[in-house]
Ligand binder design. Sequence first.
Ligand code: WTA
Length: 658
Amino acid sequence: MTEHGTVAHGELKEALPVETRISPGAARIMEINRDAIEHPNEFWSKVASELYFSERTGPAFEEIKEAPYGRWFAKWKTNLSYNCLDRWIGTETQHKVAFYWEGENGDQRTLTYLQLYREVNRMASILETAGVKAGDRVTVYMPMIPEAIFTMMGIVRLGAIHSVVFGGFTAQALADRINDSKSKVVVTADGGWRRGKIVELKKIVDQALAQTPTIEKVIVVKRTAQPVEMTEGRDVWYHDAVKGAADYVAPVMVEGTHPSYILYTSGTTGKPKGACHSTAGYMVWLYYTTNAVFNITPKDLFWCTADIGWVTGHSYIIYGPTLRGATSLMYEGAADFPAWDRWWDNIEKYGVSILYTSPTAIRGFIKQGEKWPEKHNLSSLRILGTVGEPINPEAWNWYYRVIGKSHCPIVDTWWQTETGGIMISPQPGIATYPLKPGSGTLPLAGVDAAVVDEHGKELPRAEKGLIVIRRPWPGQFMTLWGDHQRYEQVYFSKFPGFYYPADFCYRDTDHYFWLLGRADEVMKIAGHRIATTELEDILIMHPAVAESAVIGKADEIKGEVPVACVILKPGHTPSPQLRQELLDHVRNNMGPIAVPSQIYFVEKVPKTRSAKIMRRLIRDVVEERPLGDVTTLEDETSVEEARRAYNELKAQIDKART
Ligand code: WTA
């Protein structure tokens, strides 16, 4: 067993007596974790002392007594873009590359910190001219191009709040998010490249804007140069506006708890939740976690493959690496374009040393075979990371062996949109210790994680339960935009005093945490969060659908894929055409990632007496398993009822399958 070795779960347990199980590296991590939990003020003030604040009045941390969450750097003043950029101007970092950018079509751009600083200032100036002021919301609907970085940083420079909407979302989803945040301005592009095809972003914006009264201006970046319609007085080309833009816009110093952005994510009801992050707590959390987990040194080239539309892109493409003065790669397009070795080609071409990606991507590569990575020299790699969903040991081992050549530690990072940054992960930036495939290992500084049962009672080691976080941490989101009550209800009411992430977890005898997937009605499709209810709401909008029940079915590559049981309204009959129509309906209303892998037309869906859909039971049927443990299914449902419902559904689905 090496320091980063592929220790099978359980091996370590047998090898060492209980008292000595904790390696010195792990003990060090646990000691730092406790120190930050016990002395939050001292610990986080010290971390923050490495960043710029125009004012440091009052404590770093204040506990809000009435509720189990805190306020970080509430009276301190700072600016996020200042810390990512201005802080480097005049230092040796100013001429260092901040981003290498690779377009899908092979276009390349390089931006030093000084160049990035200038472009962000110009974008801030354009936004200012468009009327954006501190506190205003700006929606960003952009491809993976450098202008997206200019935009996000330009917005926070003005003290305004960005709401980035993933470029794969539909006009309806975009309109809903614009309306919920009451954005004033949209920044978009004429289009983006994806597998050699154009994604018509501007056209989708135009459709969305037919229903968004708050938008005054649209700034459009030219990327693909295909013709787009520009609305006089509303739409402005970025390349025109930049000609008159100022080279410097003073960063607006805001209070620590001033919102930096809203990012919509799925909850258990159809309406997406606008997770709203702070400025200072979020910044300090990223500054700390980027170093602890990725250990980026001046020799490194960091590549996070996420899209800026997700929190991973926000935190570990845009803000974390630049707060550290690191050099990153940003890639615009698909992993299989023009062929399945595009990523490995990127790694060889640029000399990427730290790669951060998702289990779904890894499983996709496994399926294509080792011949693709073998074509390339990957010896620059030093640390590998994953995020977004549990990683199965097979994928972990392949990643470790085929990509990391058995010498790169894998940082399996567990966190959420709500947590702002990484919460549980190996931390090679601080100490090394044995890893286990599939475990995120130990919590970061100040993360007071525990595993509890349904009643909030801490469970003994190695028993599966729910993860909770018992103390506030700096990266904690502050509210759900426009709905603080829902924030308290969803996250803090299940176990009063604890933050509830809604994930299953167990902690092994070596103190390592194993994150086992969602405990609520949210699916993780290729790492993307989609609520089952969100999809049911969309299906029911179709005139032929009376009712639907959606579940996440285990999938070899994507982790989970949605499967829908649909009850048709009288007068409609099941047909392949109708099935296709429903699939298109989901694609057009929610986007391609939400499209069910299967739709079963049924006459009845199993429900409890209080009309809750019995998803676990449906999953058993769909995955062709015998009925699982029903005693914990629903208190109100008898084993007999569950068995009957299972058999009924099975008969219907068997019929639908033939
Ligand atoms: C899941 C992504 C296991 C988990 C940053 C969480 C993980 C949800 C891991 C958040 C991991 C994320 N191991 N599960 N390393 N990382 N998850 O908001 O279910 O898109 O609650 O944030 O992803 O998804 P989100």
